[in-house]
Design a protein. Structure first.
Length: 70
């Protein structure tokens, strides 16, 4: 898979979680990629985490966080 295809795949996962009212609660950088933890608004028990390996995906999730969309 190309670098762009990797980015699109990870971006779609992020967008779907945001669409389902999940917000970013934590980002942890590792050598294998960034682990992003999401929590559903109004339901602190509903948590999901994803590992972003693509640099553009990491930038994208940071942009969402800074814009306050999550």
């Amino acid at each position: 898979m190309s670098n762009y295809e990797d980015f699109i795949k990870e971006k779609q996962v992020i967008d779907e979680l945001v669409k389902q009212n999940y917000v970013i609660k934590n980002i942890q950088g590792t050598f294998e990629g960034d682990v992003v933890e999401f929590e559903k608004l109004g339901n602190t028990a509903a948590r999901k985490s994803i590992r972003l390996t693509n640099p553009d995906s990491r930038k994208y999730v940071t942009t969402i966080l800074l814009k306050g969309k999550s």
